[in-house]
Write a protein that binds this ligand. Sequence first.
Ligand code: PMP
Length: 282
Amino acid sequence: VKVLWNDQFVQEEDVKIGFEDRGYQFGDGIYEVIKIYNGDMFTAKEHIDRLYASADKIQLVIPYTKDVMHKMLHELIEMNELQDGQVYLQVTRGTSMRQHNFPVPAVESVLTAYTKETTRPHTQLENGVKACFVEDVRWLRCDIKSLNLLGNVLAKQEAVSKDCYEAVLHRGETITEGSSSNMYGIKDGVLYTHPVSNLMLNGITRQVILNCCEEVGLPVVEEAFTKAQALEMDEMIMSSTNAEVMPIISIDDKIIGTGKRGEWAEKLQLAFEKRIPTSVEA
Ligand code: PMP
């Protein structure tokens, strides 16, 4: 198995990351996770566009064109003969003597990427998952897919410690997103989700789902909703590259809707599946 280190395909053991890599010291970098179905990257362009957008927002220069990046990732997947799984990639601001401000003179950023075999969460997709509320104490640039994930890590850990799959983050009463997902509520045949803003990451899966809503005839209102409203929804859903269209059946042990995967969730899952190449799946 090979990994990508800058523009080199090497064995993982041969990667040398600087002791003072700014990703390591400051979380000064950005990342993406791209799903691979049937040997193909799903929504690769959208993920790569978002990577470069995140880089721009932190004034990080990626020394490859998007095209080259796409080709290198594609090559990595082919090389590792990956059928179903994911590719993780990150770019840090490089290695330099520790100081908060950007390195002077500037140094090259450091790209690393690797593939991993994963299976789709079939059981959870069918049965739904439990969630819990966690106060969103992150910074005000959650639109950047930053390596700085401490707020997300602590939220997810709280969820897992409560035997939950995900944390439903809220700023005051308002739900923003999940610790590593976007959140949706469906009430009386309308889907609500937080509008794109600095308080959430505009998920690629979110963009696919909003598209699916059109297909299944589910009107979308991009408006934030509250914790109290979430508990009164007919259905709650979360989404991410790995979790896809995931039904949430309870929050803080309070049952949402029927306590089972809802009708809309199932319709959206089917519409989502039509968009992915799954012919190889059993
Ligand atoms: N919000 C956060 C905070 C995330 O970490 C993720 C997962 N990367 C998402 C939303 C969902 O994004 P995507 O659908 O692009 O995986």
